[in-house]
Design a protein around this ligand. Sequence first.
Ligand SMILES: Cc1ncc(COP(=O)(O)O)c(C=O)c1O
Length: 676
Amino acid sequence: MVDDNNKYLSPVAKKALYNDDYSSSPPTPMTVSPHSSAPSSPRRSLVSSSGDSSDDSDNAAKVLRAAVSAPSLLEVSINRRRDIDREDDPYSDVRDRMEYLSTRDKMKHVYHDETTLTCESDLERFSNEAPNTPHQDITIFAAITTYIGYVVLIVTGHVRDVCAKLFRKGRYFRSSTKIMSSGINNPYRDEQSQTQTNTTPSGNYPSDNPTKYAPLLKSWENFYTRRLYHRIQDCFNRPIASRPSACISVLERVSFDGNKTMSVLGQMSNLSDESPRVMEEYQSGQHYNETSDGRVVRTCLNLGSYNYLGFADDWDITCKSDVMKSLQSLPSSVGSSRLEFGTTSLHRQVETIVSKFVGKEDAMVLNMGFNTNATIIPTLTSRGDLIISDELNHTSIVNGARASGAAIRTFGHNDSNDLELILREAIVYGQPRTRRPWNRILVVVEGIYSMEGEYCDLRNIVTVCKKYGAYVYLDEAHSIGAMGPSGRGCCEYTGVDPADVDVLMGTFTKSFGGMGGYVAADRRVIDELRKECAGSAYHNSLSPVVCQQIVSSFQVIMGEDGTNIGKQKLDALRDNSNYFRMRLTDMGLHVLGNYDSPIMPVMLYNPTKIAAFSRECLKRGLAVVVVGFPAVPILMSRARFCISAGHTREELDRALKELDEIADLLKLRYARSTFG
Ligand SMILES: Cc1ncc(COP(=O)(O)O)c(C=O)c1O
C-alpha cells in the first residue's frame, strides 16, 4: 500500500491514487494514416551480410505512421485547449497562451510555416500578448566581456604558475626532487626500498624520475583544470543523498584548500572554524536539512536531472513492486554477454516493447546509452563509408564515428540546406583520391539536442536523405518518452514515418528511470548487429532488474498498466516545460530551444557568471546544472534546466521567483538589454 505521506509522490501519481475517475479513460490513441511506402532508394544495404528481409507484417509501425499533418495542427491545438478540463488544469490561467506559443514554435520549426497561425483570429489574440521570440545571439558586450574574462583567468593562472616556480611554493607546485624523495607516482618505490637499503634518488626505474615521462595529461587540460576548473569545481559533481526526484538532497561539501579538493562535510560536528561560510549559512537555516544518518544536506528543487517523466518521484507506485519482484527471482547481474548466457526473458521483453513503441521490426538493448552509439555506429560503418554528423551531436556519437574508420563530415546544426550541400558534394566527388563513390552515407542526428533543448528538423533532414539515398540514424536519448502525444519521440512529434528513419537509437536513462540503450531497425539489421556489435557481444548484458524497470515504465507510458498515469505524465511534462520556458523568456533571459522540449538552456556567457549563478541557485534551494567550456563553445556558457512531470506549478513558480532575482543580480536579461 502506498504511504499517504510519501515524499516522492508526484502530483500525477497522487491524483492517480486518490481520484476514482482517474483510470477510467484510456490514453488517446494516435492518428493512423495509411502506410506510405518509401520510394525505392539507390542505397546499399546498411548491413553487409546478405539475407532475406523479413516479410512479417508490421502492425506497430502502422500505428506510428504520419501522426500529424500540417493543416490539422491548428485544430489539434485548439481542440486540445478545449479538451482540457479548466477546473483541473493547474495552468488554466495561461493555457491559451502556452498552447499558442507551442503551436507557433511547432509551425515554425517543424513545418516551416508561420502563415497559418496569423489567419486564426482565435490565436491572433495571443500573438500580441506572447513575447516575440527574442534575438538569441550573444550580444557584443557579452562576447567582449566573456573573452576578457577568459583572458584574465588565463593570464592570472600563468602568473601564478610562474610565481610558484620562482618561489617554490604554491598549491600545485611539486618540485621533481620532492616527488622523487617522497616516492609519489612510483608504485615500485615501496618494493624497491624494501630490497635496497641505499636508494638513490634516480633509482632503477624510469618512474623514479618523473621528468622522463611525457605528461599524462595534455598541458592545456592540466592548466585548465588547475587554474580555471578548480576555481568553480564546487558547482559540478555535486553528490546527492536522495532519488533524483523533483526535490533532491544535495550533500554539503567543503574545501579547505581553496577549492582544489572538495570533501563531503558529513555531520555538522565536522565543521571546523575554517568553514565560516557553511556555518553562517547553516545557522541561517535556509534549505538545510540532515539525512537519517546525520549528514548535512540542502533540500533543493531539482532542475537538473533527466527525470523527465517523474518516475523517480512516483517509483513506489509505478514500478517498485515489479522491480522488487524481479530482484527476488532474477540475479542483479547475469554475468555474461548477450551472445553467451546473458539473455533472459526480460531482455527479450524489453526489445519487443521497444520495437512496438518506436514502430520498428526489431530492437536490441545494450547496457549503456553511450555504448550504444559508440559501438553501433562502428558496426554499421567502416572505411569507404561517409558519416555526416550534426555539428552539435553528443560525444558518444562523435566517439562512435571516430572508432568506425569511416570518413566524417559535419553539417551546420539542424541545417538541412547545409546537409544537402554536403551530401551533393559527397556524391559528386566521391571518396578522396580514388573518387570512387562512397559505399554508404550515414547521416546522424539527435531527436532533442541535449545542450540546446532544440528538436531535430527531422522532416527536412529525412527528405534530403531520401533524395540523396543516405541512411538516417536518429539518437532519441532525450526525446523518447518525452516528446509527442504518446511519448514516442521525434518521429511522432514531427509526423515523420519511423520507416523513413533507418536506425532509431535511444536510452533508458532519461524518461524511463533506468539504464542502458537500444537500437531499433529492420529485423535483418538488428540480427546482424546482435552478432557483430562489440558493445553487445563483448559486454556484460543489461541487469534484469533494470530490464524490469524499463518494462514497467513502458507499460505505464503506454497505458498497459491499466491506469492513465502515463498520459498524465506526458501532459504534465509538456505543460511544465512550456510554462517554465514561457516565464523564463518573459524575464528577458536568452533561452535556447523549442516549446515542448523539456530542456531549456539559459545563456550566462561570462565565465564568472557560471559559478555565481550556480552558487546563488544553491543558496536559494535550487539545484541546477551549469555548463562551460569545453562542453560548449567558449562563448556559450549556460545553465541548463531539465523540467520534469514531477514538478508542480507551485515549485516552478518558486524557482522562477528566485531566478528572477538572480537575473537582476547577475545581469542576465540579455534579451532586453545588451548589457544584460
Ligand atoms: C544524445 C545522447 N546520446 C547518448 C547519450 C548517452 O546516454 P547514457 O547516459 O544513457 O549512457 C546521451 C547522454 O546524455 C545523450 O545526450
